[in-house]
Design a protein around this ligand. Sequence first.
Ligand code: ATP
Ligand code: MG
Length: 261
Amino acid sequence: MATLEIRDLHVTVEADNATKEILKGVDLTVKQGETHAIMGPNGSGKSTLAYSLAGHPKYTVTGGTVTLDGEDVLEMSVDERARAGLFLAMQYPVEVPGVSVSNFLRTSATAVRGEAPKLRTWVKEVKEAMQRLNMDTSFAERNVNEGFSGGEKKRHEILQLELLRPKVAILDETDSGLDVDALRIVSEGVNRVRETGEVGTLLITHYTRILRYIKPDFVHVFSGGRIVESGGAELADKLENEGYEVYAKLDGADTKGGVSA
Ligand SMILES: Nc1ncnc2c1ncn2[C@@H]1O[C@H](COP(=O)(O)OP(=O)(O)OP(=O)(O)O)[C@@H](O)[C@H]1O
Ligand SMILES: [Mg+2]
């Protein structure tokens, strides 16, 4: 059983010629087959956690450990992390001009699987995955995320998730900006991958509405750069009703955002 273990993770960024500590001791264990939701106010460091796990060069780990099946993730390059089975769906997916969705997916699959998927079965695999996500198959020939609407970008992220079958998937606000139908389709995609029991899911979200479709086993409150409370699915409802103010008092974080739906 694959396990992602994050222990006392500290991360800084360089901004305006100063070093700012964003993550201040994150502890979290995600096992294959489990779904964890992370909720927390704007600016509390949720995306920083996602980027740090993916190996984004802007974020410097100054303390703590991250292991996947006991292997040191922090020692790995971005490619090695993907090959080891880590997947990140970004809050703001980037455009990749000049690279078609089809080529991008095949290159990613080749990197993750260690060999190029057979062309004939691959074309079919991609087509079927796109149909399940209600994506027009003409998207395969478009450049990655170029001119995609917000919802189309999110579907493309889930398409990657379905095709790459990671051990641990980090989904950063995959639900934001989706209309009700798209939310359902995207959630169904996440659930299909989950139901294999082969992926551990870390779902970063502001809204409890996605948790109606994707039932988390654990909910964590993120505030001031760390996890300040953990519980079951019922914790999400408490947050929706009460907001994050109570946690802000604990660590002086800025929580003006609160929870809204
Ligand atoms: N590359 C960066 N340069 C400067 N500051 C950064 C950088 N990345 C993150 N930060 C700062 O770190 C803090 C945490 O940002 P982060 O994006 O992780 O928050 P978040 O919890 O994902 O918020 P949101 O809910 O709004 O997505 C913010 O104050 C942000 O401005
Ligand atoms: Mg964020």
